[in-house]
Write a protein that binds this ligand. Structure first.
Ligand code: GLY
Length: 400
């Protein structure tokens, strides 16, 4: 073949390949946009009738229609401003930005008062963290740096972890799997003007959590109790799970996500391995519809309540994994799983639509206390928005 003919054939093949790829990916991308748009419309409607800026949506119990509000010290206070920031990120709507700023502001007090628990990370990173990422506001950065220092006051060097719940004297030093999520604030601070010790604390906390809260079969304890003087591991406890040896769904997903970004921040392969093992355990035991029961070992299954929040967190964690992993097959595996969870959450079975002011139905907060069972809970909405934005970015990346 003449060189010119060869070039034309190659160009034609490239064109056909790209067109097929576009045709395959387009409907998926459009669907994510549609769900994000519908969610944003709903968030705009909800924020219009929320007047009090220092009270935050947390729960809508089954049968109710509007959010029960909590104060700034509640562990869930940061999620609503976070939802507003995500909706602003998607839409660019200036009204949403203003509302996000208004609901973020009162959380500042947490950064400058005595630390009472590890939730400072959830409260500040979801609100100020997203606000800083989207606006670059230096005042937000200062609050985040102060919050990281405040969180670090709960670190016990003898144990090597943050004391998650100082309010529980039955465990002189306890660390919960959820606490993994709040290391992100420490990692962030150490890269943005905070001390190097914040990084060291986060790395050590992840290491000790990996050793003690992950069981040999790669399920997780909710809480580990340690001797606060010697650092000795005493025992693993269920707390919000069904039993001390059961697999509490949301805890497993906090672990998947927390170890994934701990790998991203440290480059430590053992953290990546931990995230993968927890994800594989979760996938192995997951029901076919992609949404876990609140605890994988509740004997009432299949008549036990589901936890949509765990599915949304799992989607975020697995998309983080898919972004970080180089092996093509594994990347596909976790991206596909995440996409499936998001698709199910976006279906009539889980979307609240006109039922109430939340985005999602069917989450479970604290089943053993019969609290927030089969309810709408704000962190489900927060991680649902995050998962949709992550999926959109991931698919955009794979297209280029
Ligand atoms: N961090 C508490 C929970 O996941 O319910």
């Amino acid at each position: 073949m003449h060189i010119l003919e060869k070039t034309l054939v190659v160009l034609l093949l490239v064109f056909l390949f790209n067109s097929c790829n576009e045709a395959q990916k387009k409907p998926e991308t459009i669907e994510v946009q549609v769900v994000l748009q519908a969610n944003t419309n709903k968030i705009i409607q909800t924020v219009k009738h929320l007047r009090v800026r220092d009270s935050f949506p947390r729960t809508i119990l089954k049968g109710d229609t509007s959010w029960e509000l909590v104060g700034v010290r509640d562990w869930c206070s940061g999620f609503w401003p976070g939802v507003l920031w995500y909706a602003y990120e998607f839409s660019g709507d200036e009204m949403l930005k203003l509302k996000a700023q208004e609901f973020t502001e009162p959380i500042k007090s947490i950064a400058y008062s005595k630390a009472t628990d590890h939730d400072i990370g959830f409260q500040v990173y979801c609100s100020f963290g997203n606000g800083f990422r989207l606006t670059g506001n230096q005042a937000y950065k200062n609050v985040m740096l102060a919050a990281a220092d405040t969180l670090a006051t709960l670190y016990n060097p003898q144990v090597g972890t943050i004391h998650s719940w100082p309010s529980k004297p039955q465990y002189p030093h306890n660390t919960i799997i959820d606490n993994m999520m709040n290391l992100e604030l420490l990692f962030w601070a150490s890269k943005n003007g905070g001390e190097k010790r914040l990084y060291d604390i986060a790395e050590r906390h992840a290491e000790v959590t990996m050793k003690n809260l992950i069981r040999p079969d790669y399920s997780t304890y909710h809480l580990a109790s340690f001797n606060d003087k010697t650092g000795e591991f005493i025992r693993g406890v269920a707390h919000q799970g069904y039993a001390d040896d059961s697999m509490w769904a949301r805890g497993q997903t906090w672990g998947i996500y927390g170890f994934a970004f701990s790998y991203r921040e440290t480059g430590r392969k053992d953290f990546l391995e931990a995230s993968i093992k927890l994800a594989d355990k979760y996938l192995e035991r997951l029901p076919d519809d992609g949404i876990p029961y609140w605890d994988f070992d509740d004997p009432k299954i299949p008549n036990a309540p589901k936890d949509a929040s765990a599915a949304a967190i799992a989607a975020c964690g697995m998309l983080e994994l898919a972004t970080l992993i180089e092996d093509h097959q594994l990347k596909e595996k976790y991206a596909k799983a995440a996409k499936y969870f998001i698709t199910v959450l976006s279906s009539d079975a889980y979307l609240s639509k006109d039922t109430n002011d939340a985005l999602l139905l069917h989450s479970t907060g604290h089943h053993p206390r019969n609290s927030e069972v089969d309810a709408s809970i704000i962190y489900a909405d927060y991680y649902f928005m995050e998962a949709l934005l992550r999926l959109r970015a991931f698919e955009g990346q794979s297209k280029s």
